[in-house]
Write a new protein. Sequence first.
Length: 448
Amino acid sequence: MGKRGKLFLIGGGVVLLGAVAMLSAAKRRQPSTEVRLEKVSKRDLTSVVTASGKIEPKRKVDVSSDITGRIVDLPVREGDMVQRGQVVVHIDPAQYEANVQRSEALLAGAQASATQAQANKDQAERAYTRARDIRSQNQQLVSQEALEQAETAHRIAVANLDAAQRQVDQARAGLREAQDNLRKTTILAPMAGRVTRLAVEEGEVAVPGTFSRETGLLMTISDLSVIQVKVQVDETDVVRIHSGDSTEVSIDAFPDTTFTGRVTEIKNSSVRGAAATTSLNTDQAVDYEVIVTLNNPPPGVRPDLSATARIITDTRRGVMSVPIIALTVRDPQDTLRADSSARGGSSKRPAQTAAAHPAPAHDSTTGKKKEIEGLFVVDTTTMTARFRAVRVGIAGDEYFEVLNGVREGETIVAGPYQAIRDLKNQAKVRGAPAGRGAQRSGTQARGS
């Protein structure tokens, strides 16, 4: 090689070294993302399901009429306390009294007819018996034809008597029905309680609620000694609730007081609105009704008051935890590519990387690769955030329980939400100054 060629070779090497130095400097000057940092620590967690609903008494009765008639007396008002058997409604009895009198007359007529039929039957029986006895002594005195006619007359009389007795039974049943309808003109309280709803006024016409419960409703009587809160819980949360779970209840009408209670019933069938039942859309939200019984309800509580229940489903003492906002999801291939680039394009996968980024699974229903759930752990020496898969347990108000994936004392990216959402694997980060980014964003959705 000539002298000139050597000079070109040396010059090219210098240029190459300069380019590498410039790239390294540019990499070192790579802008970092300002984030909120937090150390993984242990704390007590409480898993809570929050649901809204309304106050309802454990037992209430909708009072309606079994007959049609005008209300002539309404001796109770809404809010009154009533006792079992107390008169609450009077319906005009004139029509039903007339029906009773008519039924009594029909019964008397039927009984008279039955008496007449009994006399006819007795007469026919004596005539037949006499004809039969005479013929048995002397066949010349009573012909066979006359004997048969006497027997037929006797059978007819027996049948007429049976029909008359059936008429008496029918008339007696009609009288009982008329008397029962007359008794129904006076409506009594079916239980002791408070009149929590009065749907009619004196002078209105009461009608049976055969086809419409609301149309026939006269009043509602509620037993307020046991108060319940009926809340609707989403299908994803109802499986975490068990009978007996302790509950904190906030009633909007009592803003400064929290009441305690316990879950006493979890419905097995879902609650669906009219739109959900008539629609073929399977994406409708599915809720289940959960009933919470209050331990010490306030004296002035009323049905239909709005309430919110915080149902405590689980508790953990001294468990490893991370902020809810810190948890995010990433495509496994993106994290692997970032790790490969950080190692200079090497396709080898160290054991530590394989543990932090497990092989991507596939969704059996869609065939797509599942995203992995994890958080960004910060190397405090290089201030590099690296995505690491974790497995979480229960969720508290602001923190998740971490079952594996991180160790106590490690530094993680704990916010803000948008920074975690946009953060790349192996990205440079810097801690936000005190007072900035310190506000928690725990209300953001999990799986950012």
